[in-house]
Design a protein around this ligand. Structure first.
Ligand SMILES: [Zn+2]
Length: 96
């Protein structure tokens, strides 16, 4: 009996781009994933959430004009930690 293919929506193989990946055993304390398409084994990378330049400029302009971060985030829909940049929103490629 063939195993059903399980496609992940939150994770793609960095080698071939397939979303047909499965969880593999942990290595060095990190969860690894295995691509069923090309057998490439990988660990999910942490990527930084980058705001578009336009939003960044607008936020800085408002911030410079004395607008509070709370108001800016409400208007632009960005993180309240922005734009001081010390705390950045991090999203992982794969949920573990
Ligand atoms: Zn692959």
């Amino acid at each position: 009996m063939a195993r059903p293919r399980t496609y992940r929506h939150d994770c793609r193989c960095p080698h071939c781009g397939s979303s047909w990946v499965i969880k593999d055993g942990p290595a060095n304390g990190k969860q690894t994933f295995l691509c069923r398409e090309c057998a490439y084994r990988f660990t999910p990378r942490t990527t930084r959430h980058v705001h578009p330049e336009r939003v960044r400029q607008e936020a800085l302009r408002m911030y410079g004009g004395g607008t509070g971060m709370k108001a800016i985030s409400r208007v632009l829909g960005v993180s309240r930690d922005f734009p001081d940049g010390r705390r950045e929103t991090r999203i992982t490629g794969c949920a573990t």
